[in-house]
Design a binder for this molecule. Structure first.
Ligand code: ADP
Ligand code: MG
Length: 700
């Protein structure tokens, strides 16, 4: 159904083709509806007019009334700057333009009063306005009492077209009068009633032209609700769609592989959390739908054994299983520990990485295809074109944040039905992100560490306390422990970082001379074989200290290592620090993490250090990380666009999102295709919003 709101923006009074082109380009505004949804980023009290003499701050918006004169151009032959004076009865202030100069020169009429709006800036110890928003002054606009005026984001280019914040506000006002009877409700009435939400038309009116703060707040509440509501409707619709129509191999039985292992070879009692998670996964696997599950568990919470037992269920049902890790070191380690756990069981396991020799690789390929090979462990090499499985039933991806969505998708193409997918991550995901960014995955959490773990003690030291640190290490080595010393390696300054690492290594050699001490070094620019050799020295206990970059970040498991020293700790993000700390504290001994930094730190870096010292809880750390860095950065994905809400704020809205997600789930449970009359308006809006039909008879 075509609505007045679909009208092209050029047809709005005051716009026209030229300005329309700028609105398209600069703000992505193409239709009436787009402009209607262009919300102000703040409001000011428009009845408040300041005097020039009252300007004392460069952070607030001022609204002034005065004359513009003394217009001067600078630069020749090409004019590069124009200045003018803005004068009211209290004084004058300078105005400056660097763009749109032709237009500015002929813009002002002597003696006429103008309304100026903008933030002042400081130049040569004086206040001025750069590219202020200037409009004709109309005293009638200021007759009422308190009234709020929306402030709209505009660009320099738009301002030169006479489309600053005030002019955008004016266009929106024109628009509102024209379309106010055409703004339709999109939420079912029972939800509006239960949640006490303002009608949609009223909300649009009041977010742009609120009479007062109360109206404004009600409108924001309503429109924010709507924003989250349709976001959740989209992901949950996708999720349910997949659950209903994407078939997966039903793993009907739990058979002898699983049971034999459980009864005879399980080296410890599973924690309650591990048991619960295995149960959740088993339910998915038996359902006949394809599983897409995210398993979160802090470092050391015991995800590997869960992965193994889940793979055994696949074997019990006659399928192959794959386990994919982000680095060779990790793939190796999984291979070694899983081979050890299954040593006495008749299971065929192979390791496939970039450094697998061609001859061996061919054998692996052959045995994968004829089905002899049951478990394949490896790196990205697993998803190369030429790796063909006989009957792949499940893929487990360890440390998900290093794998892209595209790679996950490729894994899906390896079979007739897509294999089940279990993604494991040790980077706990804050709840709001779990409900949005990962909202279409089923989720399990291991929120309990195996018994007997002593929490790692974390200490923040400044560089001038190095001797203390060295002394501490010496004592630990004397007690038979091993030490990690990690240096940052961040791409932009790789060379410099490598120098730091090597210098650090040299100076450690002086502090810990051979033959009494032995130090090994691992970094990303070494050849795989050298890396492995050095790694092995440490694993076998032949080296006391390992100097490394973050290649050891994920998964490496050496239980005799009891100290993690992190150099330049302020250069690491919180989740990375937490990951690194997770490398120690794996044995029975008390372990330590020493964060070394300079004395001078930014406020944010101080918070990071303080958080690390305060808590060992990965979920808590993830929440702080989200607060410090915002949703776009934290997960190391670049999908932040998906998480940009116009009114919503993931940092604050956890409860709201949870509530709305619950409501949407209920709605879809009761009326999965939105066929009920009371849900029609919602369905129509959804289809328009996402340009897709709400039709589940078709697999999309
Ligand atoms: P992560 O979740 O970080 O991958 P791992 O699977 O590597 O953790 O497990 C960490 C260590 O804890 C391993 O040495 C593992 O054998 C041990 N572990 C796992 N589960 C238990 C348990 N239920 N009881 C005792 N130790 C366990
Ligand atoms: Mg692990």
């Amino acid at each position: 159904m075509i609505s007045l709101l679909d009208t092209k923006i050029e047809f709005l009074k005051g716009v026209g083709p030229k300005r329309a082109a700028f609105l398209n380009k600069e703000l992505n505004i193409f239709t009436f509806n787009d402009l209607l949804n262009y919300f102000p980023f703040r409001h000011i009290d428009k009845s408040r007019i300041y005097k020039v003499s009252e300007i004392v701050d460069d952070s607030i918006y001022y609204q002034l009334v005065g004359k513009v004169d003394n217009v001067k151009s600078f630069g020749s032959p090409r004019i590069t700057r124009i200045t003018a004076s803005f004068t009211d009865e209290s004084g004058s202030i300078e105005l400056v333009w660097f763009k749109g100069l032709k237009w500015i020169k002929s813009r002002f009429i002597c003696q006429q009063k103008y309304l100026l709006f903008g933030k002042a800036s400081v130049f040569n110890n004086m206040y001025n306005f750069v590219h202020p928003d200037i409009d004709d002054y109309n005293p009638e606009d200021f007759t009422q009492g308190e009234s709020l005026q929306g402030v709209y984001y505009s660009t320099e280019t738009l301002k030169t077209q006479g489309l600053g914040s005030r002019q955008i506000a004016k266009l929106i006002k024109t628009l509102l009068f024209q379309v106010k009877d055409h703004i339709q409700e999109v939420l079912p009435k029972y939800i509006l009633d239960n949640e006490v939400l303002t009608q949609r038309a009223e909300a649009f009116w009041n977010i742009h032209l609120p009479a007062g703060t109360q109206d404004l707040n009600r409108s924001v509440k309503r429109l924010k609700f709507e924003e989250y509501f349709f976001f959740q409707l989209q992901i949950l619709h996708n999720k349910k769609n997949r659950e209903l129509y994407v078939k997966g191999y039903p793993f009907k039985v739990v058979g002898s592989y699983f049971n034999d292992f459980y009864a005879n070879y399980l080296p410890f009692q599973l924690t309650e959390a591990q048991k619960r998670v295995i149960k959740e996964i088993r339910l998915d696997l038996g359902s006949g739908m394809q599983m897409n599950r995210l398993l979160q568990g802090d470092v050391g919470s015991g995800k590997t054994i869960v992965a193994l037992m889940v793979m055994l269920i696949a074997l019990d049902n006659g399928f192959q299983a794959a386990l994919m890790a982000p680095t060779e070191i990790l793939a190796n380690q999984h291979y070694i520990s899983i081979c050890a756990l299954l040593e006495k069981m008749p299971v065929e396991i192979a390791l496939l990485t970039g450094s697998t020799k061609a001859k061996h690789r061919n054998i692996i390929h052959e045995n994968l295809q004829n089905g002899k090979l049951q478990i394949l462990i490896g790196t990205h090499a697993l998803i190369e074109e030429n790796v063909q499985f006989h009957h792949l039933g499940i893929t487990i991806i360890d440390e998900q944040h290093r794998f892209g969505v595209a790679q996950r998708a490729r894994m899906q193409e390896k079979n007739e039905y897509p294999p089940h997918i279990l993604v494991m991550t040790a980077t706990p995901i804050p709840r709001t992100l779990a409900m949005t960014q990962y909202g279409d995955l089923n989720q399990s959490r291991i929120d309990e560490l195996p018994p007997g773990r002593k929490p790692v003690e974390t200490i923040h030291l400044f560089q001038n306390q190095r001797l203390k640190m060295l002394g501490f290490i010496r004592k630990q080595i004397a007690a038979g422990r091993q030490i990690y010393i990690v240096y940052p390696l961040i791409r932009e300054s790789e060379k410099l970082d490598l120098i730091h690492l090597e210098e650090g290594y040299e100076s450690l050699l002086r502090d810990f001379p051979e033959p009494e001490y032995r130090i090994c070094m691992v970094h990303g620019q070494m050849k795989a074989a050298d890396k492995d050799f050095e790694m092995q020295r440490f694993v076998k206990g032949q080296a006391h200290i390992m100097v490394a970059t973050t290649v050891i970040e994920v998964g490496v498991n050496i239980s005799n290592a009891s100290v993690m020293v992190i150099e330049h700790a302020d250069r690491f993000g919180l989740s990375q620090l937490h990951q690194l700390r997770g490398r120690v504290g794996r044995g029975a001994d008390q372990s330590y993490c020493l964060l070394m930094t300079d004395f001078k730190l930014t406020g944010e870096a101080k918070s990071r250090m303080a958080t690390m010292v305060r808590t060992n809880d990965g979920f808590e750390i993830a929440e702080v990380d989200l607060q410090l860095r915002g949703p776009g950065e934290t997960q190391g994905t670049r999908q932040s666009g998906q998480l940009e809400f116009k009114l919503g704020n993931l940092l604050q809205d956890e409860n709201l999102i949870k509530n709305i997600r619950g409501l949407v789930n209920q709605l879809l449970d009761v009326d999965p295709q939105l066929l009920r009359p009371e849900n029609q308006i919602t369905k129509e809006h959804f289809e328009k919003l996402f340009k897709k039909t709400f039709d589940w008879s078709r697999v999309s």
